[in-house]
Design a protein around this ligand. Structure first.
Ligand SMILES: *[C@@H]1O[C@H](CO)[C@@H](O)[C@H](O)[C@H]1NC(C)=O
Ligand SMILES: *[C@@H]1O[C@H](CO)[C@@H](O)[C@H](O)[C@H]1NC(C)=O
Ligand SMILES: *[C@@H]1O[C@H](CO)[C@@H](O)[C@H](O)[C@H]1NC(C)=O
Length: 469
C-alpha cells in the first residue's frame, strides 16, 4: 500500500518536473525571433574598436518578445567597454532613435561559452511584427601587435580577430560585414567567400540563411600607427570650494600599449625623419578641457613641463601636452595635470534646494582607454547626504579627507570604473546638502589662528620682558 503511494507520488512528481521543463524550454525559445537583415560595420581605424550593428528582428513565433539577445564570444566579452542600443522609429526622413536598456542576463552560457547581453524592448514585439535596432559597442585591448617588437623605423602591424558571420542566438536570413582599416596597408585577411577588399574596406558577405550560433573565425593583419594611448590608472580629484572655484588635479599613469620598442632610441633620426621614424610613437597628447579653464599646469616627477599649449574658445579648451621624450611601445609616463574652473559653470541648485555638481566623467585625453578610473569629488566642509548620479554602473563609496583649516574634514565621493573609453565622457552629478553657516567656518578658523598667534606673541614678549627686568 505504502509502496504504491510512493510510486504514485514519484510518478506525479516526475510528470510535474517534465512539464515544468517543457514549459521552461518553450518559454526560453518561445518568442521565435529571427534576424531578417543584419549589417555590421567594424571600425579599426583607432586602437579602440568600434562596432555599429543594424539588426532587423522579426517575431516569427506566437508569443510576444520583450527582449532581444546579443551574443558575444567569450574572448570578446571582457573587452567590451560600452554597449548602446536604440530602436529606430519612423520611416526614412522622419527617422528617430529610441534608446533602449542593455543589461547582463542570468542566462547560462550558450554553445562554446557564448555570453549574452539583453536589450529590453520598450514594448513587446508581437507575432509577425518586426523592429529595427541600432547597436553600438566598443572593444578595448582587442588589437594585438604582431610583430610584438618593432624598431624605431618600422610601422606597427596588428591582428584583429572576429567572426565573418555575426554570432547570434537567432537564425540570420541575410547579413553583411564591413571592416574599415586605417590605411590600405593590409598584410593579410581570412577569406570566407564572398569576401572583397577595396581601398580601406573589407567586405564579408552577403551571407544568407545562417543558423543560430554560426561562427566563422577571421583574422585581419593590418597597419595601425595610431598612438595606443592607455592610461593604466587615472585619479581625478575635483575639489569644490564655495569660495568660487573648482580645482581639478589629475594623476596619470600612461603607457604606449602598442608593439614594444626594440633597439636604441635615436633622437637625431627621430627629429630628422619625422615622417617615418617612430610613426607609432606619441609626440604629443591632446587634452580636451572645459572652456574658461585657468591656472593650468602640467608636471611630472622632475617638475613643471612648459611645453604645453593651451587654446581656448567659448565652447572648449584644448591643451596640447608634449612629454619630455616621445613615447614608444611599452614606454610609460607618469604626470599630473591641474587646472581651475569657475564654480558657477558646474555647481547648481536643484529645485528641492540641494546643491549639485554637474561635471564630465571619463578622461580628458583624446582617444584614450583608461584601465582604471577613480574620480574623487571633494565636497566643501559641512556637506551632508551626498549622492551621485552616473549614467552607467560605477563603484561608489565615501571617504573623509582633511586639509589645513578643516575642523570636521571633507566628505569625498569616490567613483570607480574600469575599462573607460571616450564614449564615457558624459555628464554626471553629485548632489549634497550644505548649510550656509559652514561658509563662516574657514574665516573663523583663520581669525582664531591669527588671534592665538597674536596672543602667543604677546605672551612671549611679555615673558621676555619680565625676564629682562
Ligand atoms: C564550437 O567550437 C568548435 C571549434 O571552434 C566548432 O567546431 C563548433 O562548431 C562550435 N560549436 C558550436 C555549437 O558553435
Ligand atoms: C608649476 O607651475 C604651477 C602653476 O604654474 C605652480 O603653481 C607651481 O609652483 C610650479 N611648480 C614647480 C615645481 O615649479
Ligand atoms: C549637465 O550639463 C550638461 C551639459 O554639460 C547638460 O546637458 C545637462 O542637462 C546638465 N545636467 C543637469 C542635471 O543639470
Amino acid at each position: 500500500m505504502e509502496g504504491l503511494l510512493r510510486l504514485r507520488l514519484a510518478l506525479v512528481f516526475s510528470v510535474v518536473t517534465l512539464l515544468s521543463l517543457l514549459v521552461r524550454s518553450s518559454s526560453l525559445s518561445s518568442p521565435e525571433l529571427q534576424i531578417v537583415n543584419a549589417e555590421r560595420r567594424i571600425d579599426l581605424t583607432s586602437h579602440i574598436v568600434r562596432v555599429y550593428l543594424t539588426l532587423k528582428v522579426e517575431n516569427a513565433g506566437t508569443s510576444p518578445a520583450s527582449e532581444i539577445l546579443l551574443a558575444f564570444p567569450p574572448t570578446q566579452v571582457d573587452h567590451i567597454a560600452l554597449v548602446k542600443a536604440a530602436a529606430t522609429v519612423g520611416k526614412k526622413k522622419k527617422k528617430s532613435y529610441l534608446p533602449l536598456d542593455v543589461n547582463p542576463t542570468d542566462l547560462p552560457d550558450g554553445p562554446n561559452g557564448t555570453k549574452y547581453l539583453s536589450i529590453a524592448l520598450s514594448s513587446p514585439l508581437g507575432m509577425g511584427e518586426s523592429v529595427t535596432l541600432e547597436v553600438f559597442y566598443t572593444l578595448t585591448h582587442s588589437l594585438e601587435p604582431f610583430p610584438v617588437e618593432i624598431s624605431q623605423s618600422e610601422s606597427q602591424l596588428v591582428y584583429y580577430h572576429d567572426s565573418a558571420i555575426i554570432l547570434s542566438p537567432y537564425h540570420v536570413k541575410q547579413q553583411i560585414t564591413f571592416i574599415k582599416t586605417p590605411s590600405t596597408k593590409v598584410e593579410s585577411f581570412t577569406r570566407v567567400e564572398p569576401t572583397d577588399r577595396a581601398g580601406m574596406e573589407l567586405k564579408y558577405g552577403p551571407y544568407n540563411d545562417r543558423p543560430p550560433y554560426s561562427f566563422s573565425p577571421v583574422i585581419v593583419h593590418f597597419e595601425n600607427n595610431n598612438p595606443f594611448a592607455v592610461v593604466e590608472e587615472l585619479v581625478r580629484e575635483v575639489e569644490i570650494s564655495h569660495w568660487g572655484s573648482l580645482q581639478i588635479t589629475e594623476h596619470y599613469k600612461l603607457v604606449h600599449a602598442g608593439a614594444r620598442h626594440k633597439g636604441i632610441f635615436s633622437r637625431v633620426e627621430y627629429q630628422s625623419k619625422p615622417s617615418f621614424s617612430g610613426v607609432s610613437s606619441f609626440k604629443h597628447l591632446l587634452a580636451n578641457l572645459p572652456p574658461r579653464v585657468h591656472s593650468v599646469y602640467y608636471r611630472d616627477e622632475i617638475g613643471n613641463i612648459s611645453s604645453s599649449h593651451l587654446r581656448t574658445d567659448s565652447r572648449k579648451s584644448e591643451m596640447e601636452i608634449e612629454p619630455r621624450y616621445p613615447l614608444f611601445g611599452g614606454w610609460k609616463a607618469t604626470f599630473i595635470i591641474g587646472y581651475g574652473l569657475p564654480l558657477q559653470d558646474f555647481l547648481f541648485e536643484s529645485p528641492d534646494g540641494r546643491r549639485y555638481l554637474n561635471f564630465s566623467f571619463g578622461c580628458p585625453l583624446a582617444e584614450t582607454v583608461v584601465d582604471k578610473l577613480t574620480i574623487k569629488v571633494v565636497l566643501p566642509e559641512g556637506s551632508k547626504n551626498p549622492s551621485a548620479v552616473v549614467p552607467f554602473p560605477v563603484e561608489q563609496h565615501l571617504e573623509i579627507s582633511y586639509s589645513y583649516l578643516d575642523i570636521v574634514g571633507r566628505t569625498v565621493v569616490v567613483l570607480e570604473k574600469t575599462n573607460v573609453v571616450p564614449e564615457h565622457n558624459s555628464p554626471f552629478q553629485v548632489y549634497y546638502d550644505f548649510n550656509q553657516i559652514f561658509m563662516l567656518a574657514e574665516p573663523l578658523m583663520l581669525a582664531s589662528v591669527f588671534f592665538l598667534f597674536f596672543m602667543a606673541c604677546v605672551a612671549y614678549l611679555h615673558v621676555d620682558l619680565s625676564i629682562r627686568k
